[in-house]
Unconditional design. Structure first.
Length: 163
């Protein structure tokens, strides 16, 4: 049986959940949602060691962008692997956003190979999970990101950032 660093047994397919809330304020320089600002491509989660991870987001306040801003979630070098580019104004309060499925209040978790209705699992080795903004600023809205994960290496961990 696998155990964590405290020797507590790990149960379930994804025994750990880490939450990160992002409040968009793209009209402010270098805040979340400013296209080309300091947090464009900023880390949502810091990944240490080797982990298996899945990611979903829940919108608690509808996203707004006067210029058609888009966002995506991934890792450096593959910025949309978790969540490909989505127009911000199409993500409304109460909706779930994951992979390239349409945003809705529910979603089908299909087979790993099904492109449009899956919640893919990725092996990540020490590469942070990032949020990127493009096209225009995302002026407002709130997303709760949830990383569902399990460690593979002894030092495997996912921690929410605080920026």
């Amino acid at each position: 049986m696998d155990r964590d660093a405290n020797r507590v047994p790990l149960t379930g397919t994804y025994p750990f959940r880490t939450k990160r809330t992002i409040t968009f304020n793209g009209a402010v320089d270098d805040d979340w949602g400013e296209d080309t600002g300091a947090l464009d491509g900023g880390a949502l989660f810091t990944v240490t060691g080797l982990v298996f991870a899945k990611l979903i987001a829940v919108c608690t306040t509808s996203l707004e962008s006067a210029g058609g801003g888009t966002l995506q979630v991934g890792i450096t070098g593959s910025v949309g692997i978790f969540m490909p580019s989505e127009t911000a104004t199409q993500i409304d309060a109460g909706q779930i956003w994951f992979n390239d499925a349409g945003n809705a209040t529910s979603g089908i978790i299909g087979e790993e190979a099904a492109a449009a209705d899956n919640l893919p699992e990725y092996a990540i080795n020490g590469i942070d999970i990032i949020l990127s903004t493009a096209t225009a600023d995302i002026e407002s809205g709130v997303l709760d990101f949830y990383a569902l994960w399990k460690p593979i290496s002894d030092d495997g961990s996912i921690v929410a950032t605080t920026t």
